[in-house]
Design a protein around this ligand. Structure first.
Ligand SMILES: [Zn+2]
Length: 347
């Protein structure tokens, strides 16, 4: 049972992938897109928000399902609904903060498979971003949940991609853009390949929160550390290098740990929950926070991630509160807002 009274916070969500099956069905119908047979089941007693059905034993099948489902989301109203659903649902489970990773260029191009080389439709971007902002504002007014955004580039876009993302958000500034990061398989590029872009992002005041130590081992986290990240997306494979664990503790870096995602996607941790390194990292003194990664795709929620930590991995309520405190302290929301939230939640 999810304990709604435990305050929660999530720092690692990919906006479009928070979509629930029931919302995906409604959007597909409205956008007149046919969904492959069997991919989405409507709600029933066991799954009140419906379910996505795909074979997780094949990573390519996951990527196919991910693309198919996320590509249903096209219009500003679609984005509004997907995000508003996630924020209000999370707030109802006790979440105080939710931070999102978005690829700003993604919202301005029609060809989602060739974003970096496509011309950008600035009006389309503005309309979609306005819808995202409205969802954040409405959810905050209705529930109190506070959000901010980590702008991301894809690793395979190289330094050109980072520069293009930074140019774009410079042209379309918004105070919600507070962090900078990278997505995509870690083997698709090294941080050194985009060093110029990373230094520019840091100089422009964006706070660095890249994915690392998920598909690739400790070296990917060491590579990230060169650029002073405040948080690491996943970072769990740091456990394979005791020196790295010490370094994370010394620097006070918070890991954004996504249990359901790791369990579903990483062969190392598929066999049993106890193989996941969260317990060892936490006991060693690494700052841990919990998140969903792709809440809709994995049929999870921030409440469920906390519940997995408690009932399957035996973390106490005090440990869960520590996760929340770590997340709030490491979030990129303004300091005064952060202080108020910590005080109100008595953390
Ligand atoms: Zn992620």
């Amino acid at each position: 049972m999810i304990d709604k009274n435990i305050p929660k916070a999530t720092l690692h969500e990919h906006l479009t992938a928070t979509i629930t099956p029931v919302r995906a069905l409604k959007i597909a119908q409205r956008n007149k897109i046919s969904v492959p047979d069997g991919l989405i089941s409507p709600p029933d007693e066991d799954n009140p928000r419906g379910s996505f059905n795909y074979d997780l034993s094949d990573i390519n099948n996951f990527f196919w399902a991910y693309d198919t489902i996320c590509n249903l989301v096209i219009n500003p109203i679609d984005y509004y609904e997907v995000l508003h659903d996630f924020l209000t649902y999370s707030a109802n489970e006790g979440a105080l903060i939710a931070e999102f990773q978005v690829s700003p260029l993604y919202y301005g191009v029609k060809d989602k498979h060739n974003i970096i080389d496509s011309p950008i439709d600035e009006e389309m971007y503005k309309d979609i971003f306005a819808a995202i902002t409205s969802a954040i504002d409405d959810a905050q007014n209705q529930t109190g949940i506070v959000s901010s955004i980590v702008a991301v580039s894809l690793r395979s876009w190289g330094n050109r991609g980072v520069m293009k993302v930074l140019d774009f958000i410079e042209k379309h500034p918004n105070p919600l853009y507070r962090g900078f990061g990278f997505v995509e398989n870690e083997s698709f590029g090294n941080f050194a390949d985009y060093e110029e872009g990373i230094y520019r992002a840091l100089k422009e005041g964006y706070r660095f929160a890249p994915h690392a130590g998920e598909q690739c081992g400790p070296q990917s986290v060491w590579d990230a550390l060169k650029y002073n990240p405040e948080r690491i997306g996943h970072g769990i494979r740091s456990i394979e290098d005791p020196m790295l664990v010490k370094e994370l503790i010394k620097r006070g870096i918070t890991l954004e740990v996504c249990l359901s995602s790791n369990h579903a996607l990483l062969p190392l941790y598929k066999d049993s929950w106890s193989s996941h390194p969260i317990r060892k990292l936490y006991d060693a003194g690494v700052k841990i926070s919990l998140a969903c990664d792709d809440a809709g795709m994995f049929g999870t929620s921030i409440g469920r991630e906390y519940e997995i930590a408690k009932s399957i991995l035996n973390f106490s309520d005090d440990d869960l509160l520590t996760f929340t405190k770590n997340a709030i302290n490491a979030s990129f929301i303004p300091e005064n807002v952060k202080d108020n939230i910590l005080k109100k939640a008595k953390l």
